[in-house]
Design a protein around this ligand. Structure first.
Ligand code: ADP
Length: 623
């Protein structure tokens, strides 16, 4: 027995979360078993890009003349599948680290979320979370990886696993650089050992991979820089296929933008607005960026520097001649070329959205419903384009039924003759805001109020001090200027005179003590006896609620209680007050009114006391 040829085989255990993940992949993500092919091709293509980068930076590598390509070999009779690339390959450490653990923090978060919900979300998520390689276990029970890193000193290794908790690694003789992955297909997936099945899957998901993919000797994909064609050479179905490829999506995009610029900076871009937002708009887009090419050569697939945060949902490709091919990630981050491209892309995207808002409302609304929450934050971050973004904001409004949105420009066309301000009110949802007593005056006088129901609104809208020279004002603040003239002639005989009002107000103040900042007569109430409003300097109540949710320190400001002197209940209280200002029912009623207003604001903390008092009052009323 030749001793030298026996090389030790080591067994490793998968990390616990990986075993769990594998189980889930095999048992729950069966809906699209063909994604395994896309994932393996995408890994091979990454590996080829990496080796090309080494070549471009003149580093010494194994097999410098090998063609950069992906080869697939099939054996239909034996149900065998293998895919090989001449990419960067893997060292022993890579095999342990990259293949043996779940490195991506997003994946773990994804796992937790699934465990919480108890089911796997719809659609294709497997590729988004860096668990790509393991999708092979959907179609096979055992996988063999043979690989050799491009580094001239490196050795060949074989990695084997059945995905059941452990894997083995042994050293092998391998002359070629790169990686081959092979396995026998499960009976129910033996169709992936047939040419036509593999070819059509490649055309569906991987058609635009930047390297030739060969099945046997035949090339299966189009290696075509679609974005370099002129507009009229681009066909709709090609655009859709290309979008699915760059965005890893199953559906067609909502719209696209094709740019070709020459001048201070030269680039071509093909950008898309996806049809749907990811599960969590803020979290799931974190690692995303555009694909960056330098003169048709792929550089990176997550160039975040090309778009501002608030447009991060845009997918697509930018190809420029103004960057050197061997540019590193660090350099792209600070490159003035990238900054210039970003400025241009931002303007063009905003123009496109503006165009949709005017000429294709359905499209614009789909965009806004999906990405509005993120888009709005641009008001606070992109000062250069602030006005453009503000023009594109949309809100629910008292002038429209629930679900219909209006712009600030729409609002202005409906403003009353003497109206100088744009009014808004924020709250958790449309139904809750509609019940807010602060709306009564506006409703009665037919003055439109924007209803801000998106939690992001409270961070964005108060920062827009004015639009078209008209101040934006929250109607639950104390300092809005309402028309004093209202209802002068409709005053009835039993209306309260000033002495009566002042006397009643002082009993309110005495009873409520430091629960409120002040008690005043309201101009905004029509049907409700009282309401709570925020002082001029106070936080918007919705903002206060948001900050509490985010565990931020808030010292809630005391509010001002406004009373409606025309309301029968207030008149009754005034009568009680004239009879005996110490009347316990008067005091009880004042406390009850205050707490009812707290309840409407969503701030009542002690419902037991509230109900007890209510019962006492009812008992007296029914005596
Ligand atoms: P992801 O590709 O999202 O990182 P995968 O599970 O698909 O997740 O792959 C994990 C890692 O394994 C890759 O990031 C890469 O480092 C390595 N890898 C996978 N396939 C190959 C390959 N064909 N050549 C070189 N490295 C590979």
């Amino acid at each position: 027995m030749a001793k030298s040829s026996i090389k030790s085989k080591k067994t490793y255990k998968f990390k616990a979360e990986l075993t769990q993940l594998l189980h889930m992949i095999v048992h729950s993500l069966y809906t699209h078993p063909e994604v395994f092919l896309r994932e393996l091709i995408s890994n091979a293509s990454d590996a080829l890009n990496k080796v090309r980068f080494l070549q471009l930076t003149d580093q010494e590598i194994t097999d410098p003349d090998a063609d950069l390509k992906i080869s697939i070999n099939l054996d239909t009779k034996k149900q065998l599948f293998s895919i090989e690339d001449s990419g960067i390959g893997m060292t022993e450490e890579d095999l342990i680290k990259s293949i043996g653990t779940v490195a991506n923090s997003g994946t773990l978060k994804f796992l937790e979320e699934i465990q919480k919900k108890g089911k796997v979300p719809e659609g294709d998520l497997i590729g988004q979370f860096g668990v790509g390689f393991y999708s092979v276990f959907m179609v096979t029970d055992e996988v063999v990886i043979e690989t050799r890193h491009a580094d001239p000193g490196s050795k060949g290794y074989r990695w084997t696993s059945n995905g059941q908790g452990s894997f083995t690694i042994e050293e092998i003789d391998r002359k070629k650089r790169g990686t081959s992955i092979s396995f026998r297909l499960k009976d129910e997936h033996k169709d992936f050992s047939e040419d036509y099945r593999v070819k059509s899957t490649i055309q569906k998901y991987s058609n635009f991979v930047g390297f030739p993919i060969e099945i046997g000797k035949e090339k299966a994909n189009t290696v075509d820089a679609l974005w370099r064609r002129s507009k009229d050479e681009l066909k709709e179905d090609e655009l859709i296929e290309f979008y699915k490829f760059v965005a890893n999506d199953f559906e067609a995009p909502l719209g696209h933008l094709h740019l070709s610029l020459e001048g201070a900076v030269n680039f071509k871009a093909l950008l898309f607005v996806p049809p749907k937002a990811p599960m969590n708009l803020f979290y799931d887009l974190e690692d995303k960026g555009l694909h960056l090419y330098s003169n048709r050569i792929f550089i990176q697939d997550d160039a975040k520097e090309l778009l501002p945060e608030y447009l991060k949902f845009i997918r697509g490709v930018v190809d420029t001649e103004d960057l050197p091919l061997n540019i590193s990630r660090e350099v792209t981050q600070h490159s003035p070329v990238m900054a210039k491209i970003k400025t241009i892309l931002t303007t063009r995207i905003l123009n496109m959205l503006e165009d949709w808002s005017k000429n294709d409302l359905g499209k614009f609304e789909k965009f806004y419903n999906n990405f509005g929450m993120l888009f709005k934050t641009g008001v606070n971050s992109d000062f250069g384009n602030r006005d453009k973004i503000i023009k594109l904001l949309r809100f629910e409004s008292t002038a429209k039924p629930k679900g219909e949105l209006v712009s600030l420009d729409d609002y202005i066309t409906r403003m009353k003759k003497k109206q100088k301000e744009i009014y808004y009110l924020s709250g958790e949802d449309r139904d809750i805001v509609e019940r807010n007593p602060n709306l009564e005056y506006f409703r009665k006088n037919d003055i439109e109020v924007l209803l801000l129901t998106d939690p992001v609104d409270v961070f964005v809208i108060p920062s827009i001090n004015e639009y078209d020279k008209k101040p934006l004002k929250s109607i639950d603040k104390a300092d809005i200027t309402l028309d004093d003239e209202k209802d002068k002639d409709s005053k009835d005989d039993d209306s309260l005179n000033e002495t009566m009002i002042n006397s009643l107000i002082s009993v309110f103040k005495e009873t409520l003590g430091d629960k409120v900042a002040d008690v005043t007569v309201s101009k905004r109430l029509v049907n409700s006896p009282v309401t709570l409003v925020v002082g001029k300097e106070g936080l918007d109540p919705q903002m206060e609620r948001m900050m509490k949710i985010m565990n931020q320190e808030v010292t809630p400001r005391k509010k001002i209680l406004e009373i409606n002197s025309g309301h029968h209940l207030i008149k009754n209280l005034s009568r009680l007050n004239i009879g005996d200002s110490k009347d316990p029912l008067l005091r009880k009623s004042i406390l009850q009114l205050y707490e009812s207003a707290m309840l409407i604001d969503g701030n009542l903390t002690n419902p037991t006391e509230f109900v007890q008092r209510l019962n006492e009052i009812m008992e007296e009323a029914t005596k």
